[in-house]
Design a protein around this ligand. Structure first.
Ligand SMILES: [Zn+2]
Length: 120
């Protein structure tokens, strides 16, 4: 934290806050709201920073989503291999696909957050 009570960039990213002021929420609802977890606010409610810089801005975030998904597959694949001592293939399906599906809302949200922090 800095002196003016502004969050660090990492804290702001993890909490899906505005990249400019680090206080306003980027998303309309929680990641646990399955109907609206990926809906962005149009602009920051604190400073007015636009969360939609240009039309189609977040289409490239699909590549970020893909990269995060691959990272989840690799991490859980290696964890399964080493922790369960190379179990049968069906165990890999469960231990890799389950966390990949369960983390999908956060994956989609953080890909947008990272896009906006990197290029917004
Ligand atoms: Zn803001």
């Amino acid at each position: 934290m800095t002196i003016n009570n502004k969050k660090s960039t990492l804290q702001a990213i993890l909490q899906c806050k505005c990249p400019k002021c680090t206080k306003g929420n980027m998303f309309k609802s929680s990641a646990l709201n399955m109907a609206k977890f990926n809906e962005l606010n149009d602009a920051c409610s604190v400073c007015g920073f636009s969360f939609r810089p240009e039309p189609g801005f977040y289409q490239i975030s699909l590549f970020v989503t893909y990269a995060i998904g691959v990272a989840i597959f690799i991490i859980f694949g290696f964890a399964t291999y080493y922790v369960l001592n190379d179990p049968p293939l069906s165990v890999y399906y469960i231990t890799i696909i389950t966390p990949a599906v369960l983390t999908t809302p956060w994956n989609l949200r953080y890909s947008k957050v990272l896009m906006l922090y990197a290029f917004g």
